[in-house]
Design a protein around this ligand. Structure first.
Ligand code: UTP
Length: 296
């Protein structure tokens, strides 16, 4: 019998060097995607999947993250006095969204190390991990499906996406076997960022995981791997090879995903999400068409 999931862990302690200088004094998770910081989309996704207890793993510059999910009395009072209910609701929404908790990572020794910092808070329950780099469209509920697969199979679950061969060196890549479910595979091998041309498949791990608490014991003995960092992928490989751990399955995601960890993809994500917005799309679409034709 598996236990119901209630907790989400969001690692946000990376250095975000690809966005320097924007991330010199601010975490990359606070970069706006249209008018919301990337991190808010991710917390909303956790809450929509029924995970109201959110633990954020923060590092230096954590203040902006904590403040975003906290009350802002002065701002709220000013909006109240102006009678601007619409903006006030936006400010209050992020405060009331989830039950937020924070823990510091100290040194950014890798994603596996960041996840290990959640051990005390999570205890002996399964939990979800969501990375702020990936925004999953709310209309394509990936995490809900992953939780379902975890509960049915009592297994660790990762999200997989088919990527072009030119991009496999940027991701953890999985070797898989099919299952009777069209969108679920069993993971038999994993390799973190394989050199170009050496990837065993084009199924890349994207930033959503449903982990069993046994992952903490594995992470505690996981040695630094690729890039000198303690890699979550290495711990997952050990669990995939150990039948007593319940194994690792992948949900192959075929929905809309916006990568905000890379500058070019971040720009594309903003444009894609803005054209679909009721308040911006109508004006943005004709402008975009004109702009695109002017490029020729
Ligand atoms: P990335 O590999 O994207 O690293 O981390 P990064 O430092 O954030 O960004 P770049 O490559 O320097 O631009 C993937 C996720 O893991 C978290 C990051 O915050 C991000 O959400 N992370 C990574 C940690 O929390 N701690 C770490 O030690 C490393």
């Amino acid at each position: 019998m598996t236990r119901a999931l209630t907790k989400a862990v969001i690692p946000a302690a990376g250095l975000g060097t690809r966005f320097l200088p924007a991330t010199k004094a601010m975490p990359k998770e606070m970069l706006p995607v249209v008018d919301k910081p990337a991190i808010q989309y991710v917390v909303e996704e956790a809450v929509n999947a029924g995970l109201h207890d959110v633990l954020m793993i923060t590092g230096r510059n954590k203040t902006a993250l904590e403040n975003h999910f906290d009350r802002m009395y002065e701002l709220e009072q000013t909006l109240e006095e102006k009678g601007d209910r619409e903006k006030l609701a936006k400010v209050e929404y992020s405060t009331e969204l989830a039950d937020m908790h924070y823990v510091r990572q100290g040194d950014p020794l890798g994603l596996g190390h960041a996840v290990l910092r959640a051990k005390m808070h999570v205890g002996h329950e399964p939990f979800a991990v969501l990375l702020g780099d990936d925004i999953i469209d709310a209309r394509d509920p990936l995490l809900t499906r992953m939780v379902e697969v975890h509960e049915r199979r009592d297994t660790t679950v990762v999200a997989l996406l088919e990527v072009p061969e030119s991009q496999t060196h940027l991701y953890g890549i999985a070797t898989v076997e099919p299952t009777e479910d069209d969108d679920v595979v069993r993971i038999t091998g994993l390799v973190e960022k394989p050199p170009q041309g050496e990837a065993p498949s084009n199924l890349a791990i994207i930033g959503r995981y449903v982990l069993k608490p046994g992952v903490f014991d594995v992470l505690e003995r996981t040695q630094p791997g690729k890039g000198g960092e303690i890699q979550l992928t290495d711990a997952l490989l050990e669990m995939a090879n150990d039948p007593t751990s319940g194994g690792v399955h992948g949900v192959v995601f075929r929905g809309r995903r916006y990568d905000t960890g890379d500058r070019l993809d971040y720009i594309k994500a903003i444009v894609q999400l803005a054209v679909e917005r009721d308040d911006l799309g109508a004006e943005l679409r004709p402008w975009l068409r004109e702009f695109a034709s002017s490029l020729d």
